[in-house]
Design a protein around this ligand. Structure first.
Ligand SMILES: Nc1ncnc2c1ncn2[C@@H]1O[C@H](COP(=O)(O)OP(=O)(O)O)[C@@H](O)[C@H]1O
Ligand SMILES: [Mg+2]
Length: 263
């Protein structure tokens, strides 16, 4: 379970660029919640994830995972709880390493990684292969291929697999399909759904696409100017339409264009 209490974050304090990115965020995610997060540019979505991962320290407030206060824990020590996938396919994997080496590294997430090569043995290879096969991209036959030779979509699928190979307490996705062509994006989203639902992983997925925000997950939150202005789950979420979301958006100060939101 993730619990955020009274989180505030302001950048460039005392300058003309001062910007309150998070403004009293209170959020509890229950185990297995699959939450989609929407909001205009600059609403604070990425900052929210950065505070949870420890990339950024909040000015005030606490972050708890499974009842443990991790607010002061450095980012690398949170890695064992948290899996993350970003928009840029180049970020999540090590280009010059084989697919198998990347998986071996991922398998040691949150531990000393120096001895990761020892993770490459016949038992693990079998396991890595079986996990790769589930992606349906033929990567299970390419264990010794360097990751830099893969396409963006293949890399995002691999990053997704790596961040969930050891079940994280929380998976955070930050527009992880936004840089992919529509067909590949929907493939990676399909894989996301499969992995998240099969392993019942608590997930926070930022998307700029309202249809995706409605189609995936059991809960949806909308952010505006550093605040959570809408939080809806279960049946109530299922009944929501793009039109409903647009109406909500139009009530916000940062109302983005419809075209952007529909992707
Ligand atoms: N590292 C940073 N340094 C300074 N300002 C930042 C930083 N990260 C985010 N911001 C600012 O905080 C606000 C929220 O940004 P962000 O969380 O990236 O929004 P979103 O992901 O919803 O588009 C924006 O005004 C942005 O410019
Ligand atoms: Mg962002």
């Amino acid at each position: 379970m993730l619990k955020l209490k009274n989180i505030y974050k302001t950048f460039h304090v005392g300058t003309i660029n001062e910007r309150r990115a998070l403004d009293d965020i209170n959020l509890v995610l229950n185990d297995g919640d699959f939450v989609t997060v929407i909001g205009g540019n600059g609403a604070g979505k990425s900052t929210l994830q950065n505070v949870i991962s420890g990339t950024i320290n909040p000015d005030f407030g606490t972050v708890e995972i499974n009842g443990v206060d991790i607010t002061k824990l450095p980012e690398h020590k949170r890695a064992k709880y948290i899996g993350r996938v970003f928009q840029d396919p180049m970020l999540g994997t090590a280009s010059d390493m084989w697919i198998e080496e990347n998986l071996a590294l991922a398998f040691k997430r949150g531990e000393k990684r120096s001895a990761f090569k020892w993770m490459i043995n016949s038992d693990n290879t079998k396991f890595f292969k079986s996990q790769l096969a589930k992606l349906g991209l033929g990567l299970d036959e390419r264990l010794k291929t360097k990751v830099k030779l893969l396409s963006g979509g293949q890399r995002q699928a691999l990053t997704l697999l790596m961040s969930t190979l050891k079940k994280p307490d929380l998976l955070m996705l930050d527009e992880h399909t936004a840089a992919l062509d529509p067909k590949t994006a929907s493939l990676v989203l399909g894989l996301t759904k499969e992995i998240v639902e099969n392993s019942n992983i608590t997930t926070l997925m930022i998307t700029h696409n309202m249809r995706d925000a409605l189609a995936y997950g059991n809960r949806l939150i909308m952010m505006d100017q550093g605040r959570i202005i809408f939080d809806v789950a279960g049946e109530e979420k299922q009944k929501l339409t793009v039109d409903d979301l647009l109406k909500k958006f139009n009530q916000t100060k940062d109302a983005p264009s419809d075209a952007m939101l529909l992707g």
